[in-house]
Write a protein that binds this ligand. Sequence first.
Ligand code: ADP
Ligand code: MG
Length: 244
Amino acid sequence: MQQRPHRALEIRDITRSFDGKRVVDRVSLSIAPGQVTCLLGPSGCGKSTTLRMIAGVEMQDSGTIHVDGQLVCDTVFRVPPERRSIGLMFQDFALFPHLSVGENVAFGLKGGGAERKARAHRLLDRVGLAHFIDEFPHQLSGGEQQRVALARALAPSPQIMLMDEPFSGLDNRLRDGIRDETLDLLKEEGAGVLLVTHEPEEAMRMADEIALMRAGRIVQRGAPYTIYNAPADRDAMAFFSDIN
Ligand code: ADP
Ligand code: MG
């Protein structure tokens, strides 16, 4: 029997329409463990809808989604979001205000209190925030809250991390540092990553592979510099032209 290669995420031909208009049109992607794929494209091209279907908070009209080789969704079968081994990080995906930083990170973990606390401490330490473990989210800056959100998303060791423009709420001064730290931690944890962004510069900086999306479709896939040096068409070229 033929062995299928191990994939953290595999989506095949997923499609979604709203009001008769296809906003995601037969999108296919596969991501290996430890690989960062950036879904890059202009506002409104269908990036967030794609991510929401993978997360399980939006249902596709057709197509299949596998996480770690397991079918999580086709048109008749659907694993609920919390059982998909997926970590989520969105720009406006807020921390729980009534829980301490440590409790936020431990929230999705199973096991005993001491074990959960140790895992939360280790991740907070890794993002340089262990000293905030008993503080509350409102006592932290935006950048610090974003690091806690990353630690929370990674705590249950998801097979795949879905990140939707996670850095766009941060000011420029902080953004590069947080991008680099985030990338280091993601690589260390070994999850496959699908990062959505409309900023070519962010994709160039973070991606192992870029999937360029336009009007609901993936128009080009490849290593960042391959796409940068040989965009598939004029629109792709124009999209990259403001990076220098
Ligand atoms: P992106 O994240 O690339 O900016 P989205 O996936 O958010 O794009 O949206 C793609 C298109 O689908 C947009 O035209 C948007 O208005 C539309 N859309 C998204 N969600 C809904 C919805 N729940 N109902 C109707 N239209 C939607
Ligand atoms: Mg979006």
